[in-house]
Design a protein around this ligand. Structure first.
Ligand SMILES: NC(=O)c1ccc[n+]([C@@H]2O[C@H](COP(=O)([O-])OP(=O)(O)OC[C@H]3O[C@@H](n4cnc5c(N)ncnc54)[C@H](OP(=O)(O)O)[C@@H]3O)[C@@H](O)[C@H]2O)c1
Length: 255
């Protein structure tokens, strides 16, 4: 069976690193992106070169994960170009630093539309293709959550943490719903990882020292370390694992 991996938010950070590593494992890859046309095009070329031996194909699809029509189109285009999605990594996400007293309804709506509703709608589309109940052959889904969901996030991150808490709850419920239909669903909770999402803040040496002192392993993570965990959860090596939250966080953190 052709394994078709759709990665949302795939043109940078954890999503991009997963695409590179998945290519040499023989996945055909649909790489979703929102604004990064140049990076997406380059990554598709890299992924095709890396996957050449394994016969992997790659395409890039521009679509906004905060919009239902874009999500539906993205799944249709993937099916047309590569075949039905068998594996899904929901990596698209945004973070927003704001204290509760500074909450703004529009900012909260964007945060939840991207991190929660969009992810849930991607799971809906994937379930329709993967479920044995709908004629599919099963599949595996990994939702990128965050360690923020466990402790409510670091200072100023309560809204972001709430979106990731929603991802974890949804993952558990969805996993139970489709467990007998051949679909595994897990969430992966990175701790602080050096990507574009965090690099500006981590350039500040005092901030980085403070963060690293709060992590038992004493360092932030690398995107590749999260990608490897995601690929393991997606693989048959995790065949009996569903509805789980896997922490990839150097031992967690103290606030
Ligand atoms: N880095 C960390 O410390 C950390 C820790 C825990 C969890 N996470 C989670 O890991 C995931 C990946 O983040 P990352 O660290 O790899 O950072 P990143 O490089 O900023 O990746 C996030 C990607 O999501 C895309 N994206 C955002 N909104 C989108 C939308 N509406 N539609 C489609 N794509 C969208 C971004 O593209 P555009 O820039 O074009 O919008 C970007 O390519 C996120 O869900 C994040 O919450 C990260």
């Amino acid at each position: 069976m052709t394994r078709v991996l759709l990665i949302t938010g795939g043109a940078s950070g954890i999503g991009a690193e997963t695409a590179r590593r998945a290519a040499s494992r023989g996945y055909s890859i649909a790489l979703n992106y929102r604004t990064r046309d140049t990076e997406a095009k380059k990554l598709v070329a890299d992924v095709e070169a890396l996957g050449r031996g394994a016969g992997a194909k790659a395409i890039a699809i521009k679509a906004d994960m905060a919009r239902e029509d874009d999500i539906v189109r993205m799944f249709e285009e993937t099916t047309q170009a590569l075949g039905p999605v068998t594996h899904l990594l929901n990596s698209a996400g945004i973070s927003r630093q704001m204290r509760v007293a500074e909450y703004d309804a529009a900012a909260l709506a964007t945060l939840f539309a991207t991190n929660v509703t969009g992810l849930m709608l991607c799971c809906r589309e994937a379930a329709k293709l993967m479920s044995t109940k709908h004629g599919g052959k099963g599949g595996a889904i990994v939702n990128i959550s965050s360690m923020a969901s466990t402790l409510g996030g670091r200072s100023g991150s309560s809204a972001y943490a709430a979106t990731k808490g929603a991802v974890d709850s949804f993952t558990r419920g969805f996993a139970r719903e489709v467990a007998s239909e051949g679909i595994r669903v897990n969430s992966l909770r990175p701790g602080m990882v050096l990507t574009e999402m965090t690099e500006k803040r981590l350039e500040n040496a005092a901030f980085r020292n403070h963060i690293e002192a709060s992590i038992p392993m004493g360092r932030v993570g690398k995107a590749g370390e999260i990608a490897d965990a995601a690929l393991w959860l997606l693989s048959d090596e995790a065949a009996f694992i569903t509805g789980s939250m896997l922490d990839a966080a150097g031992g967690g953190y103290n606030i």
